[in-house]
Write a protein that binds this ligand. Structure first.
Ligand code: ADP
Ligand code: NA
Length: 328
């Protein structure tokens, strides 16, 4: 039987992915290659909902692809491609925009958050219609399952509604995707502010996968903890130590309970030193692999072209069917 199909996308970002992206999402991309027919996309169309410098966007997109390959996305197992290389994404998203209610779009909490944060800046219509493009990303590939974190659940629900609405109005065309709650992910908090999720907003609290490993070790050594001495997991009262235990566990494959007993009687410094080493051992070969892809742009282009061709084969068939049903 065919493996269930998965679609997942990630935006190209300035600088590298961070440890939260890796442990919270991308590591699961690699694992899912064993059990699913995986379509992985660098969603550059989504990224221009906020103004981007063209040269930077182009290089960030390639940088993102190089990092995904270096993490273990295998182009022989997965369809890895860049969203803008497959014009069917925008062709389908227009149809879905016309099915999506204005009020429905206005209720998206991510839009409300982002548009209020950008209040003084330009809030684009693209930011508003973003969920229709995301629905197109998913529906184009007959996706069965979408790995989603909490922050994308509402958008996935909208994608499901749009698929059902289209199917009931025009006849069954789209697979209605299910949320896949990944088991192989962890929520990682900021090293300086363990109450907030790790993001690039606090430079000293984020581990970027491409930064100098010495810098990483230093950031981990200076992670905020507490005034006690005990290494045990208690996110409520010991958010810093709990976050470090989760990072250790994710990187070493040992359970948190196992780590708690292993570190009994040890100091926070010992735990931090070991995590620094785990991250360095991971980052060193990863960084070399990324560099390898960046040093061979022809090979990277070839991989992305092959991915886009395969994606396009599937996507164009879906658009052909959908357009026919709509009356085009
Ligand atoms: P998006 O805005 O599309 O969620 P992000 O760059 O914030 O993009 O995140 C990309 C992926 O990494 C998402 O799946 C997100 O849930 C995950 N992620 C981001 N930060 C963290 C974190 N601190 N811990 C766990 N997962 C994270
Ligand atoms: Na985010």
């Amino acid at each position: 039987a065919a493996l269930p199909r998965v679609f997942s996308g990630i935006q190209p970002t300035a600088g590298s992915f961070h440890l939260g992206n890796y442990l919270g999402a991308l590591r699961n991309w690699i694992t899912m290659q064993q059990t699913h027919d995986t379509f992985y996309c660098v969603v550059d169309l989504h990224s221009i909902t906020v103004a981007k410098d063209p040269a930077e966007l182009r290089s960030n997109t390639r940088y993102a692809a190089a990092q995904l390959l270096a993490l273990g996305v295998d182009p022989d197992r997965s369809t890895l491609f860049v969203q803008s290389h497959v014009p069917e994404h925008t062709r389908l998203s227009w149809v879905l925009e016309c099915l999506m209610g204005y009020g429905e779009a206005a209720r998206m909490t991510q839009f409300k958050d982002k548009s209020s944060r950008q209040e003084e800046e330009h809030v684009s219509v693209g930011l508003f219609t973003y969920p229709a493009l995301m629905a197109a990303d998913i529906l184009l590939y007959g996706t069965d399952a979408v790995p989603v974190g909490e922050d994308q659940r509402q958008h996935l629900e909208l994608s499901r509604n749009l698929a059902q609405r289209f199917n009931s109005r025009f006849g069954t065309t789209f697979t209605v995707p299910d949320a896949h709650i990944p088991t192989d992910t962890a929520r990682i908090f900021d090293l300086q502010d363990p109450g907030s999720k790790m993001s690039k907003s606090i430079p000293s609290g984020v581990v970027e996968l491409m930064e100098d490993p010495k810098r990483t070790a230093k950031k981990i050594r200076s992670a905020v903890t507490d005034n006690e001495r005990e290494i045990h997991y208690d996110p409520e009262n010991k958010p810093g130590i709990s976050n470090l235990l989760v990072i250790h566990s994710a990187m070493s494959g040992r359970s948190v309970a196992d780590l708690e007993s292993a570190y009994e009687g040890s100091g926070y410094g010992d735990l931090k030193k070991d995590i620094g080493q785990l991250v360095v051992d991971f980052a060193t070969p990863f960084q070399a692999a990324v560099q390898g892809y960046l040093d061979d742009p022809a090979e990277l282009d070839k991989i992305l072209r092959r991915g886009a061709e395969h994606a396009r084969g599937v996507a164009s068939e879906t658009v052909r069917k959908a357009y026919d049903r709509v009356g085009f």
